[in-house]
Every structure is written in structure tokens, then in C-alpha cells.
Design a protein around this ligand. Structure first.
Ligand SMILES: [Fe+2]
Ligand SMILES: [Fe+2]
Length: 192
């Protein structure tokens, strides 16, 4: 498998060689397992929250594009939602990079390739996040301009946000494919 097959923007999942515990712990059985604990639950809950925030941003942007939100109401909702989404995402990745991923790598050397890959994903997501934030700034600035300028900047933000969400969706699923089976196999004590 070539490096480009594993690139976040183009891959469709993780190969068995990286998600080597997935066959033993299929996703459909995670939550019913007596070993599915607090940390696994919290992890999936945070991911659900991130997916939800990304989706809400898309819905809100679409509503504005369709004229269903006046600019001032849109500005308020958009600023709050975008701020908390970018903040949650950055904090979550920071905690994973600094605290959790090193611990997963130390559980078994076969984990190293997968968690290195997830860390590279974070860099790609961060780059896209910066692009989205810049597009969001231009969109907010355009709220003081005419409708045509607003249309252009709304479309540009929507395209950036869609890219970010696509990368994020892929990353979150693949991360769960590594993290949850690892927690079921090794238990949650190493993370206390
Ligand atoms: Fe992550
Ligand atoms: Fe995560």
C-alpha cells in the first residue's frame, strides 16, 4: 500500500495491517462489550459532538445562503458556533497528540504506525481549519457589503467547511477503529 493510499483526503478507511484489532472487535459489538468503558464512551461522545457541530455549521451557512437568516442573526449564531467548533477541535487534537497517542503507542509497537498516521491527519485537518477560519473572516466582513459579495464569500466558506468536515469525518471514523478496539483489548487503566 502506497503512502498516498493512506492520505486522509483520499483514503476510504484503514488497512487491516494498521487496524489490526478491528477484526477481533467489530464496531457493531463495541457498545455491548462488558469491556466498553467510560473512556471509550467519552471518546465517541466527543466525536459525535464534533460531527454535530460541523453539520450545524453547514446547515446554518445554507440557511443564510438561501436568505432564511438575516445578516445580523447569522453573524451572531455563526460566530458562536464556529468559535466553539474550532476550539473543541483544537483542544481535542492537542490532548490526543500530547497525552493519549503516546500512551497508545506504548501499549504495543504495532500501534505506532496507526497513531503516527492519526497525528499526520491532525496536521492536515489543522491546515484546513485555518483555511476555513480565514474564509469565515471574509464571510463576516462581507456582511457589511452588498448581497453579491456575501454570496461569493458564503460559497467560498461553504466549500472550505465541506472539505474540513469530509477530512474530519474520515479521521474520526478511522481513529475510532484504532482507539476503541485498543481500549477493549488493553483496558482503560493505562490512561488513568
Ligand atoms: Fe484525532
Ligand atoms: Fe479524536
Amino acid at each position: 500500500m502506497s503512502a498516498s493510499d493512506l492520505d486522509l483526503a483520499s483514503r476510504t478507511g484503514l488497512p487491516e495491517s494498521i487496524a489490526y484489532l478491528r477484526r477481533r472487535f467489530p464496531a457493531a459489538e463495541w457498545r455491548a462489550s462488558p469491556r466498553y468503558g467510560q473512556l471509550a464512551r467519552r471518546w465517541q461522545h466527543v466525536h459525535e459532538g464534533l460531527r454535530g457541530e460541523g453539520g450545524s455549521l453547514q446547515v446554518l451557512t445554507e440557511a443564510f445562503a438561501n436568505g432564511q437568516r438575516p445578516p445580523e442573526a447569522f453573524r451572531r449564531e455563526f460566530t458562536t458556533l464556529l468559535g466553539s467548533h474550532l476550539n473543541h477541535l483544537q483542544l481535542h487534537h492537542q490532548m490526543e497528540d500530547q497525552f493519549y497517542f503516546p500512551r497508545f503507542r506504548s501499549l504495543d509497537e504495532r500501534m505506532v504506525a496507526g497513531f503516527d498516521l492519526l497525528e499526520r491527519d491532525h496536521e492536515q485537518i489543522h491546515h484546513q481549519l485555518e483555511q476555513s477560519a480565514m474564509a469565515a473572516t471574509r464571510l463576516l466582513e462581507s456582511l457589511n457589503s452588498d448581497r453579491e459579495a456575501q454570496k461569493v464569500s458564503t460559497e467560498s466558506f461553504a466549500a472550505r467547511a465541506a472539505k474540513l468536515l469530509a477530512l474530519l469525518d474520515r479521521h474520526l471514523s478511522d481513529e475510532e477503529d484504532l482507539v476503541i478496539p485498543a481500549l477493549l483489548e488493553h483496558g482503560e487503566e493505562p490512561f488513568d
